[in-house]
Design a protein around this ligand. Structure first.
Ligand SMILES: [Zn+2]
Length: 179
């Protein structure tokens, strides 16, 4: 069954006799819903309304991630090269970190990484998330120059440089991952 939703576009409802709940999966051009047998349309719509905000955010992410043309990717790469090394230098200076180098890569699974020798890599896709989350990733990699793990000491350092909001920012960044 399908109907049109002004926010999501086409909502496609499929019944799965084995489903125990209503599962909603945002896609670029609509919303896919898998429901248990016997669920009424109004029950399904209620479930969608309950999660509308977070589902729309996920759909926006899907759109952003799936719609990059080769040209746009090249733009992101150029932006990343111009912005990320400079911003890393600024934040390192501001918070007292030392690192070896900054490189831009094209990973779709990791925003950034930091080697044992404090060489930092960023994915150019990082340029597609909001600015404060770019800072979060940069600070995350800079904190790895002091702590090469995700130990409590690492998170204490992260909280020092994010005014105690590290875990909150991490949560926010998760919305931008493909799931
Ligand atoms: Zn990390």
């Amino acid at each position: 069954m399908q109907y049109n939703d002004p926010d999501f576009g086409t909502v496609t409802v499929t019944v799965n006799p084995r489903a125990r709940s209503i599962i909603m999966r945002p896609e670029v051009d609509g919303l896919r819903v898998t429901s248990f047998r016997g669920a009424t349309l109004s029950l399904i719509k209620e479930a969608i309304d309950k999660h509308r905000t977070s589902l729309l955010k996920k759909q926006a992410t899907q759109k952003a991630r799936h719609h990059f043309t080769e040209e746009e990717k090249e733009e992101l790469r150029q932006e990343a090269k111009a912005y990320l090394p400079r911003r890393t230098a600024e934040l390192a200076y501001m918070w007292g970190f030392e690192y070896e180098s900054v490189k831009i890569q094209s990973s779709r699974t990791r925003w950034g990484s930091c080697s044992a020798s404090s060489s930092i890599n960023y994915s150019f896709y990082l340029m597609s998330v909001p600015e404060h989350l770019i800072d979060y990733v940069i600070l995350h990699e800079l904190c790895h120059t002091k702590h090469h793990d995700h130990s409590p000491a690492f998170w204490a350092e992260m909280n020092r440089v994010t005014d105690g909001t590290a875990k909150q920012l991490r949560q926010e960044l998760r919305k931008y991952h493909t799931e």
